[in-house]
Write a protein that binds this ligand. Structure first.
Ligand SMILES: Cc1cc2nc3c(=O)[nH]c(=O)nc-3n(C[C@H](O)[C@H](O)[C@H](O)COP(=O)(O)O)c2cc1C
Length: 338
């Protein structure tokens, strides 16, 4: 395969930033918090994006929101994703984030969640392109930062207007688009329609990133081929595999598929990730936040079901740390006997 990949790797440019490659981590509320972004970026993602931040909560200065916009040095250019339906509030929230050290602002026009679309934010904006335009204009004008936008293909099958929104976005100064190849009404059902993303790519001159259902090298390649997009964004495929984006990047560069790291290395990565979770969220919240990650890292390893039960019952970070150590030591011993 070496040499056959020409054209799939490229360094994406967003405003003043030339990224190292074209593989992005998707914003995922409740998952892509600072510790996760840090480990994925450290391992080799081109760009990581914060969880969706409600613009109203941002300007109210809510404690939880302030925690969500904290950044680490590793993640620069730090991208903060904002959601909202009021142009003035979005503009104010974007400016606040600029003042707090964001390097790029991303606008969410893809979230399908009821509590978001009922407030006419997220993917509901794809039903009201005039409001979408006003939000984009206000946000772009409010900051001296590049602004990007993430959308779905449309609201439903009868209104797949992503190419139209893309043109509006480009005209208003948006510098990069991400398209998740599903409609809002699909939620997460069916398949991401990568070939539809090609219509967005052909409608604009700014970089377009394809998203949805990219879980291995082959799906990443297929997504690029079908969409003609400039890069890929990966969400669920990165869970428990912070090395996966780096592997995709290597594959785009040289056609080589990388092996998952040795179990001993996976253990060290999980322990490092866990320590960061506790440091960032504190003991009580951190233990709860860590559960899903621990479960994802250990998925498929022998004894992982029992391990998960024990982790979910643990009440202290020392216990969780010890359980991780013991579990991986047992797995390693078994591997050495095989
Ligand atoms: C748990 C979860 C939380 C998500 N939160 C966000 C979010 O905050 N902002 C956003 O734009 N998309 C969000 N998404 C959508 C993802 O960014 C992505 O578009 C979608 O999962 C499809 O990509 P994937 O198949 O690689 O996961 C979320 C998805 C999941 C599963």
């Amino acid at each position: 395969m070496v040499g056959a990949m020409t054209g799939f790797h490229k360094n994406i440019i967003i405003g003043p930033y030339e990224l190292d490659g074209n593989v992005f981590l998707a914003p995922c509320s409740g998952v892509t918090d600072l510790p996760f972004r840090k480990i994925v970026k450290k391992m080799g993602a081109s760009l990581v994006v914060s969880e969706m931040i409600a613009s109203q909560a941002m300007i109210r200065d809510s404690k939880r929101t302030m925690k969500m916009v904290e950044k680490c040095p590793e993640e620069h250019p730090a991208t903060v994703q904002l959601a909202g339906c009021d142009p003035d509030v979005m503009a104010e929230a974007a400016k606040l984030n600029e003042d707090m050290g964001a390097d790029i602002i991303d606008i969410n026009m893809g979230c399908p969640a009821k509590k978001v679309v009922n407030g006419y934010a997220g993917s509901a904006l794809m039903k009201d392109l005039e409001l979408a335009r006003r939000i984009i204009e206000a946000t772009v004008k409010a900051v001296n930062l590049p602004v990007t936008l993430k959308m779905r293909t449309g609201w439903d099958d009868t209104s797949r207007n992503a190419p139209e929104l893309a043109k509006i976005a480009q005209d208003c100064g948006i510098q990069l688009l991400v398209v998740h190849g599903r409609t809002r009404c699909q939620l997460y059902n069916g398949k991401s329609d990568w070939s539809f993303i090609r219509q967005v790519k052909e409608a604009v001159n700014i970089p377009v990133i394809a998203n949805g259902d990219i879980v291995c090298e082959d799906t990443a390649l297929q997504a690029l081929k079908e969409s003609g997009a400039d890069g890929v964004m990966v969400g669920r495929g990165s869970y428990g595999r912070p090395w996966f984006l780096k592997h995709l990047q290597e594959f785009f560069k040289n056609g080589q598929k990388c092996q998952a790291p040795e179990i001993a290395v996976q253990k060290e990565l999980l322990l490092e990730h866990f320590a960061d979770i506790i440091e960032h969220h504190g003991e009580v919240v951190g233990i709860k936040m860590a559960r899903k990650h621990v479960s994802w890292y250990s998925r498929g390893l022998k004894g992982s079901n029992d391990f998960r039960v024990k982790i979910n019952q643990s009440k202290s970070s020392t216990d969780v740390h010890q359980l991780i150590n013991n579990f991986y030591e047992t797995v390693l011993e078994e591997h050495s006997r095989e």
